[in-house]
Design a protein around this ligand. Structure first.
Ligand SMILES: Nc1nc2c(ncn2[C@@H]2O[C@H](COP(=O)(O)OP(=O)(O)OP(=O)(O)O)[C@@H](O)[C@H]2O)c(=O)[nH]1
Ligand SMILES: [Zn+2]
Length: 307
């Protein structure tokens, strides 16, 4: 007799995948031969995939992955070593949490915009978290990232010391699959531990640390949350980088630009020098923030190989 169940791939090493079921059980499973063959094409298994697993009564120890369910999203990066193709870092994320600190280290709006563009380009919604809110006055904290808030991104102000904002953030994280991103030292692991005691993230691995190379062999890992949902312990958005984003796509990764793009005089407007550019007019009129526009120009230049 064969039993089967469904679950989410939470980790993968050397062909053995760990699958977490809705009942909260963890099983090791490998890809069934036929599926492996098919997977050579478009569908490669990734952490975050929903799968069906089955096992024979006779081989009671081993589970086989018999089906990979359709993905709703993927965060992908270039194959390591410059090989052609993509590697899916994590599938089926619902959102990215971009964490900065109100101070220590100082927040950096242009770096935030870069993270937001990467999330947009991967089709993921982003939520901004300003942690260490206890270090500045409420007025200063509220003014931080006001441009990104005006662009439509939800912003949370949190502190693990005063407890501010923790409950509201927990509500948005439970029952969803979220990736954490943000610079080193902003309090990502402290925050997750405050929200979900005992979560035990691999502290160093969730960091977008300067020390880049060290993540190349470590894949993403999903941590199940006590009441449902997952936190992805990923190499971070910075490593995923701008890969796969075309220069012409950058403008549409700024949500506040989107309604303007069809109003430019030229259909192929790149919003830098053209007359009749609706984006630049909106900047001049104060409807689009100069800082966000600066981020656009910078990221576009970078993708054009001009910086
Ligand atoms: N004042 C204050 N300090 C905090 C807060 N959250 C975290 N910290 C401190 O900030 C420092 C860095 O916290 P971590 O949780 O290690 O930061 P991280 O983002 O996970 O850092 P990496 O592992 O390098 O990516 C620690 O000394 C924390 O105690 C907060 O809300 N307020
Ligand atoms: Zn334009």
């Amino acid at each position: 007799m064969t039993t089967s169940t469904t679950g989410v791939v939470v980790q993968g090493t050397g062909g053995v995948w760990e699958v977490y079921t809705e009942q909260g059980e963890r099983f090791s499973a490998s890809m069934r031969g036929r599926l492996k063959h098919e997977a050579h094409g478009a569908l490669k298994l990734a952490v975050g995939d929903r799968v069906t697993i089955a096992r024979d009564a006779q081989h009671a120890e081993t589970w086989a992955i018999t089906d990979i369910h359709p993905r709703t999203s993927k965060l992908a990066r270039r194959m390591p070593g410059g090989r052609y193709g993509e590697r899916i870092v994590v599938a089926n994320l619902d959102q990215v949490l971009v964490v900065f600190a109100a101070a220590r280290p100082d927040p950096h709006p242009r770096m935030l915009d870069r993270f937001l563009v990467i999330a947009e380009a991967n089709g993921l919604s982003a939520r901004i978290v300003i942690n260490k809110a206890d270090l500045v006055s409420p007025e200063v904290s509220a003014a931080l990232f006001a441009d990104q808030m005006a662009a439509g991104y939800p912003v949370h102000h949190t502190s693990i010391h005063t407890g501010e904002g923790l409950e509201a953030l927990r509500d948005e994280v439970e029952h969803r699959s979220s990736a954490l991103s943000g610079p080193s030292g902003v309090g990502k692991s402290s925050l997750m531990n405050a929200l979900f005691p005992g979560l035990d993230l691999r502290t160093a691995a969730v960091s977008d640390a300067v020390n880049k190379g060290r993540h190349t062999t470590v894949g993403a890992m999903l941590h199940p949350l006590p009441h449902g949902g997952f936190i992805a312990d990923t190499p971070g958005l910075r490593e995923v980088g701008l890969w796969g984003i075309e220069a012409g796509q950058v403008a549409s990764c700024f949500p506040e630009f989107r309604p303007l793009l069809s109003a430019c005089r030229f259909a192929d407007c790149i919003h830098t020098v053209e007359p009749g550019c609706a984006v630049r007019e909106a900047v001049e009129a104060g409807d689009v923030s100069p800082g966000r526009y600066e981020s656009y120009v910078k990221l576009r230049d970078e993708l054009m190989g001009r910086s």
